[in-house]
Design a protein around this ligand. Structure first.
Ligand SMILES: *Cc1c(COP(=O)(O)O)cnc(C)c1O
Length: 363
């Protein structure tokens, strides 16, 4: 605390990102990064940008990135906004589209950045409880609101909602903007991008950080009606005219164009996830159905903090959220087959005392 701080600094509660340890040779399954590197074509494109042209400002509107997104999803340039990671795109959306007299609605269990944006921008909000099995029930959002935002699949649960339910929400909720944060959509949910032409209040936000393995490049984008995009542009141009640098623009375009690499690595992660879910269930975990590149699971026989601590002793890091309703769960990022194999065998060792009887009778 300092008397030099503006009052807003006293009020805000910053987001705590997952740990980025300095140690190497850890099995890092805590921040949903992709275990496979980006496409070789991305690396080539980024290297080519290390040139004399770095003295020049980049394109303020990232038109090449917007055109690549538009081509990928069959949209027009005016329906796409690009920003410095989807966190920035979401931050702009909170200020540009979700701050109204009626409260913004989002799930009580969700991406913990949402309440952070609400505090910094003084957005009035209310959380809507997820069901007993941690699912989002969109009927519960049919009440007066100044906007609705939720991730699909949700974080950190990994559970998805069907496109038909989203369409039903949009049919009934026409007076405020609905933002769908599709950070993990490629791993198993249906994108709402196909609904953009029909619903002028729908904004879909995506990122290259997860399925395209570019968390380090910081590229996110939003898709929606041109008037929603214009609102984001107005806010962007009141903060920073050049949110995407030359490396980000070149890398993003190459990533969006290399569909083959994207699909292959994405499919590999989905297969590894299904294997890992099976192994965790065999070990006695309750595992939520995951449509993402992470698994949300709890073990009835061991406290989650203790389990995370014991994994850490074995150089494996996973994420724990000390929050009501989910404090017994661990969020485990899907790594490579090898990493997930080591995770599963470490968990078997840790849980051995409670499973000794079972494994003995099995062998
Ligand atoms: C990872 C994540 C983001 C942020 O992605 P960036 O593009 O890296 O900023 C946004 N929303 C959710 C739900 C996420 O998990």
């Amino acid at each position: 605390m300092s008397r030099y701080w503006s009052s807003v600094v006293h009020r805000i509660v910053p987001y705590t990102p997952g740990e980025q340890p300095k140690l190497t040779n850890l099995i890092k399954l805590n921040t949903n990064e992709n275990p496979y590197g980006p496409s070789p074509k991305v690396l080539e494109a980024v290297k080519a940008e290390a040139a004399d042209t770095l003295r020049l400002y980049p394109d303020p509107n990232s038109d090449r990135v917007r055109a690549a997104v538009a081509a990928y999803y069959g949209l027009t340039l005016s329906q796409v906004f690009a920003g410095n990671g989807s966190d920035e795109v979401l931050a702009f959306a909170f200020l540009a589209l979700l701050k109204h007299e009626e409260p913004l609605l989002f799930p009580d269990i969700t991406y913990s950045f949402y309440p952070v944006y609400c505090r910094v921008y003084e957005v009035n909000y209310e959380t809507v409880p997820v069901t007993g099995d941690l699912a989002i029930r969109l009927e519960d959002y049919l009440r007066p609101n100044g906007g609705i935002v939720f991730p699909n699949p949700n974080a950190p649960t990994g559970r998805s909602v069907a496109l038909s339910e989203i369409r039903e929400l949009l049919e009934k909720n026409t007076e405020s903007v609905v933002v769908i944060d599709e950070a993990y959509v490629d791993f198993g949910a249906e994108s709402a991008v196909t609904l953009i032409d029909r619903y002028p209040n729908l904004l879909v936000v995506q990122t290259l950080s997860k399925a395209r393995s570019l968390a380090g490049l910081r590229v996110g984008f939003a898709m929606g009606h041109p008037l929603l995009i214009e609102a984001l542009d107005r806010v962007k141009n009141s903060f920073n005219s050049y949110p995407l640098d030359r490396f980000a623009i070149a890398g993003a375009v190459a990533a969006l164009e290399d569909r083959g690499y994207f699909e292959e690595t994405r499919d590999r992660i989905v297969r590894t996830r299904e294997t890992l879910v099976g192994k965790l269930r065999e070990l006695g975990f309750d595992v939520l159905p995951s449509a993402a590149n992470f698994i949300f699971a709890r073990h009835p026989g061991m406290d989650a903090v203790e389990l995370a601590r014991r994994l850490r002793e074995r150089s494996i890091i996973v994420r724990h959220f000390p929050l009501p309703r989910i404090e017994q769960y661990l969020r485990i990022t899907v790594g490579t087959d090898e990493q997930c194999g080591i995770l599963a065998s470490s968990l078997a060792e840790i849980l051995e005392p409670s499973f000794a009887g079972k494994s003995r009778s099995r062998s």
